[in-house]
Structure formats: C-alpha cells, structure tokens
Design a protein around this ligand. Structure first.
Ligand code: 13P
Length: 261
C-alpha cells in the first residue's frame, strides 16, 4: 500500500447550491487540463444540503465528502446525519473532528473517536483532523497535544481498518483562517511525528497513511508545503471557495513542488 496524494476543498458553512454546482463544473473542466499523476485525488466537501446536487453535477474527476458525520447511524438524534444516510445519497467519505467542530460545537476526543469508529465500520473513508491551539505551540507541547488527539480518536480502531480509507489532516488551530501558515518545516516535523505514531500503532499500514496539511493553504504557499517529504496533500478552506485558486493548489500538488501558471 503506497501513500496517496489528496487535495480536499472544505467549504465549511459556505456556498449555496447554484454556486456549488458551478464550482464542480469549473473544477472538473479545469482538471481536464491538469495531468493528474496516479495516486492523486481531488475532493470537495460541500454542506450536507448541497451534497446531492453536487453529486448530480459530477463528471467523475472529483469525489465528494461530508464535512461531518454522526457517531450513530440512526435514531432520535435531531439534526444529525449518520453514515448510512451519506451512503444512501452516494457519499462515501467524511471529515471528522475538524477543529471548528471541536471548539465551537464541543466535540471532545471521546465523541471524535466514536465518529471515526462508526464511520469506518459503515464503510466510509474518514479524514480525521487533529491540530494544536496556539497556547500548546507556544508552550512547546504541540506534539504531545496532537499525538494525544490521535491516540483518543484511534483508540477503538484495529489495524484492519487502518487502510486507505483512513486519512489524517494536521491543521494547527492557529493557522486556520488566519493567513498564518505553519512553516513548511514545522508542518513536516509534525507530519513525521504523526507518521511515527501511526506506524507504531498499525505497522506498515499506519506508516503509509496519507497525512494532509491544512491551515491557510494558498496558491502561493502550496508548492513549498507539498515539497516537504511528509506532506501528502491539503485540506483547504478559504482558498477552496473559488475554482481558480483551488485549481492552482491542485496544480502545485500535481507538479510536486512547482506551481504551474
Ligand atoms: P483555511 O484554509 O481557511 O485556513 O481553513 C483550513 C481548514 O480549516 C480546512 O479544513
């Protein structure tokens, strides 16, 4: 199993259906002109309510994922969307444990772990987000903080589930939406620590997991970041809202370190 490259557009609570479907068409048309190397995939994570329309607009070069998924499949849980409901509308992947879910909606490590376990066992792919707040970075406890999040989120996961469906996204909280990107070497160092953790936990299957970086990724910094050996792709927020900057980031990944015009 080799490491795969992946670039994901996380639109967060943005983009109504008409703009979402135009974005899908524009990015798919743009991808027709980008020679994507084998092992590089591109995905978008619209809001739940735009997923079905985006899926209908897909021509097949992109995949879709949800921005969240419930820990339970169904029942009396007002407002929740379970793994089976995503699969029912043709969605086979979800982001879990985004720092905005953790900080604004009080998702703790236990809930994130239950979501990861339930999504993987339902057959979804999962992009599990981890990342330290500024205080942990300043106190130089960032690595312990992130590895603690991973330990908790993966506590119930056995090695057979640590396949290509498990992707990790390192998103330092202080770099999200702030314009302050982690230095490529800082990100690479954390990705290396995450890979060592996964390798110790799951053996070769863990070592080969894709680890994405997120936090103010832009066309201008994507090439430098992707040139780092431990960075396998990106989870992009603000710069993914318009097709062209997102495509520029994909081109940087496709050309592995060189942004094409
Ligand atoms: P920005 O790219 O806007 O910093 O957001 C990153 C993020 O949270 C992606 O999930």
């Amino acid at each position: 199993m080799t490491r795969q490259r992946l670039v994901v557009a996380n639109w967060k609570q943005n983009t109504l259906t008409a703009a979402a479907t135009s974005w899908i068409r524009a990015v798919e048309a743009g991808l027709d002109n980008v020679p994507l190397p084998a092992g590089l995939s591109v995905a978008a994570a619209p809001s739940y309510v735009a997923l079905a329309a985006c899926r209908a607009a897909l021509a097949g070069r992109l995949t879709l994922m949800a921005q969240n998924v419930a820990a339970q499949d169904s029942g009396a849980f007002t407002g929740e969307v379970g793994p089976g409901m995503l699969i029912d509308v043709g969605i086979h992947a979800a982001i879990v444990g985004h720092s905005e879910r953790r900080s604004l909606f009080h998702e703790d490590d236990d809930l994130v772990g239950r979501k990861v376990a339930s999504a993987l066992s339902a057959g979804l792919s999962v992009v599990l987000c981890v990342g330290e707040p500024l205080a942990a970075r300043e106190a130089e406890t960032h690595e312990a903080f992130v590895l603690g999040q991973l330990e908790a989120a993966l506590a119930g996961i056995d090695v057979s589930a640590a396949d290509a469906r498990l992707v990790i996204a390192y998103e330092p909280v202080w770099a999200i939406g702030t314009g302050r990107t982690a230095q490529p070497e800082q990100a690479n160092e954390m990705h290396g620590a995450i890979r060592t953790f996964l390798s110790n936990r799951f053996g070769a299957a863990g070592r080969d997991r894709s680890i994405l970086y997120g936090g103010s990724v832009k066309p201008l910094n994507a090439a430098q970041l992707i040139a780092q050996p431990e960075i396998d792709g990106f989870l992009v927020g603000g710069a993914s809202l318009l097709a062209e900057p997102f495509l520029a980031i994909v081109r940087a990944v496709a050309s592995d370190g060189t942004v094409s015009p």
